[in-house]
Design a protein around this ligand. Sequence first.
Ligand code: 5RP
Length: 215
Amino acid sequence: MSQDPEDLKRAAAQAAAELVADGMRLGLGTGSTVRHLLPAIAARGLRDLRCVATSEATAAQARELGLPVEAFEALDALDLAIDGADQVAPDLWLVKGGGGAHVREKVVAEAAARFVVIVDERKVVPALGAPVPLELLAFGLPATLAAVAPATVRPGAPPSPDGHVIADHHGPVDDPAALAARLDAVAGVVGHGLFAPALVHDVLVARPGGVEHLR
Ligand code: 5RP
């Protein structure tokens, strides 16, 4: 297998596409790895899929490929969700949100009976580090940024899919659970990109030698 990152992303995506079955209610993540996932799912010609998308970009690509996308208001649970990640730690804490869709991605992951993470080997890190993406209410933004310091609004980032401000926390992530609790305790924080291991059912890591299944 080539070491081209796009080839590795495609390999992880193809392995995950094999987990999708007829009739599933499927959550679709966001990002460049997921962009390889959607054609791999579409190519399987599965019947009666019901998909929800975590971003407009994913929804648009899925529809172009003929995958049926519904509003998440129409479904109360998902059988499977598949998404990328920015960092994967050895204990399977994740950092997500490089694409600013982390709140929707967490809602989808929590709703899924099985949440599968697809990454190339560059995403596997010895320990999580900054930045940790944030989604913040515009109301009281300076006060919220002060409460979660050190944090800054992400330059040039469009609003989140739900119209909130995308920012990043730049402090250490030595204790992800403690940082997640600190961020969750601030009312102006809509959500953050720390995903706990309990959310994660499978991590598929594409390496030049093949796709490794971490859990
Ligand atoms: C978007 C995400 C993405 O899953 C994450 O940024 C990985 O993206 P890519 O597959 O492009 O590396 O969390 O909010």
